[in-house]
Design a protein around this ligand. Sequence first.
Ligand code: FUL
Length: 762
Amino acid sequence: MSKIISLIIRNYITFLKKLSDLSLIIFFSIFFIFCEQAKKSDIQAGNFIRINPGETMEQILFKAANVFPSPRQYAWQKMEFIAFVHFGMNTFMDREWGEGDYDISLFNPTELDARQWARVCKEAGMKMIIMTAKHHDGFCLWPSKYTTHTIQNTPYRDGKGDLARELSQACQEAGLKFGVYLSPWDRHEPTYGDSPVYNEFFRNQLTELLTNYGEIAEVWFDGACGEGPNGKRQVYDWQSYYQLIRKLQPNAVIAIMGPDVRWVGTESGYGRETEWSVLPDNNLNVDQIAASSQQQPVDGAFIPGDLTAADLGSREKLQNATSLIWYPAENDVSIRPGWFYHHQEDSRVKTPAKLVDIYDSSVGRNAVLLLNLPPDRRGLIHENDVQALKGMRHLLDETFKINFVENSSVKASNAKRGNSASYIIDQNEKNYWTTDDGVDSAWIEFHLTKEQSFDRAMLQENILVGQRIEKFRLEYWAENQWHELASATTVGYKRLLRFPIITTAKVRLVIEKSRTSPSLAAFGLFKAPPEVKFEPESGSFVDSMPVQLLCDTQNSTIYYTLDGSPVTEKSNIYSQPITLNQTTTITALAISADGKKSLPISVQYNKARYGILLKSKFDQKYAAGGTLALIDGVRDSHGFDDGRWQGYEGADLDAVIDLGKIRNLQRISTGFIQNIKSWIFMPNSVKYAVSVDGKDYTFLGEVKNDVSEKEEKPTIKSFELKIQNISARYVRVIAKNRAICPDWHPGAGSKAWIFADEIVVE
Ligand code: FUL
């Protein structure tokens, strides 16, 4: 019996020992899972998280990498490209900022067609239209009950007009979202500055807009807070505005002076190279957040602040953060220089290539592009703007229609179970690649089905798990080794990269640094459509002139016409330089071997008394009528922007004048204007050289600038070289641009302009 008992006891002890080994394992497993869970649950805060005092940089970074957009922010980000429409009394007064003191019976857009606006935006690939329901002049495009300063008291549709209704319906029909810009600053409303009263007035207007026009997807608040008609300043009750919006339109994002979407900080269309959507929010009222259980970035706690600095979300910026929020950037820019329509800007609409560049530098830099299209006085988006947008869409569609990695084989240095690298190219946005916990750098190789030529790349993180990638590079395989193709910092929702055309069958993406396991939802390699170039790019001539047509993509066919008619695949095929003997417009189009079409381009070459060949390029916005501007006899106007001055941004002016035959010269000069408020400086110097045959030049002399770079008054100077009896047919003029604005100037480091009006040779 005792044996049996001792056996039982022994077995029991062994069992207990085993059990304790096992329980240790179980205990530690549970503990580990618990810790991981605790770590995770600690970061399950959505688009906001608090940093606890004493947390290490590593903990802060881990938190930052796990903040993600709210559903409304995510839906907004996915729109990528949206429209702004600035329209109102300013359109009819030719103003940018109105005071609200003008006769509103002048508002009468007789051909207004909101469906045209929606059609143009839809065809351009935009997903929403935000309308200036009320700009700073207080004029309302909807019949607000709370003021008489509205569309109702204008001749438009006999006082029955309501643009919020017309546009919201047109958007709905076209499948676009609708948003409103409502300026808190109201230069007309008498209660402005009487803070509680005006706040109530403003909330009433918001209520009208948010209840009567269906779904509103974005409410845009500008930060301007100037004086009202009575000279008083208003204290805006932002938090009550936010609460109202959340109540009436819970899916709407509140932008700029609001907690969901931030201003990128410039109106140029060019976002930051490094753009984090997760920022330290030191503008939040942290006590209020605490009082609201720390779960959400409480709208009531959001205090609008200035977020325009170059660096907003780097490690350095996160170091002293008390909380972090998902606060993505919106990049607003106008298709013309002004926000409102001005007839004199009809020729200054951004070109398709410029718009694509802006797209790459906004959507392609983790921001949403909000492009302004100002309807004209007819109430229509002007033909020039429509053309530019069509061109932009053409270039984007042609670029992104074939993704060369689509059927490639993909392998990664590391992949978490269930997040394989092949998800990057599976076209399902829910699937994404990521690495095992603790693996913060990785590479992914794409083996294409065959050699391909491309010049664009696209990356997308899965921002639903957070923004993580801090640094990456792209490499291609050639001559048995990897070569760097491009590199950048952040990715976020989308990153677009441009590089010179590369032909290869193997590409490697190296993620060098990430805040935690990097993720990638999509990757693409693309080829932009071919581009036709003319050599010389522009010019006028005395007798005849040869023009060459070039294309940046090999094996492309160039078609052209010489009579101003549209170019098609049935037009002449270019094979050798074209000799012009009379004023001619050449229109050309290139089609690459893979069927991609360039935009057709037209250049007019003039036969004139004197010829001019521009070796440098003037800015299209300040063309002063084109190539002949510098020899057209128009001189010395005082405003740089009156269409008579030719502008060169960051570039020299380099021109050759052909006098037609050898002449005796007594005087050579070139006129320039300085207007430092508009970043226009005198050239450092102007050099002159002459030639009898257009080949060998003799240097004549250099005229140095003597106008102070700090001279604020617009100043005109003629850079005249004293000469006597010089015989020559060709005169070369080189005006040296200082290239960048000086340190003391508000534009320090940015490109400086030179503006010339005339080269005089006598
Ligand atoms: C600015 C306004 O003052 C401009 O007029 C324009 O509406 C732009 C989008 O926002 O701050």
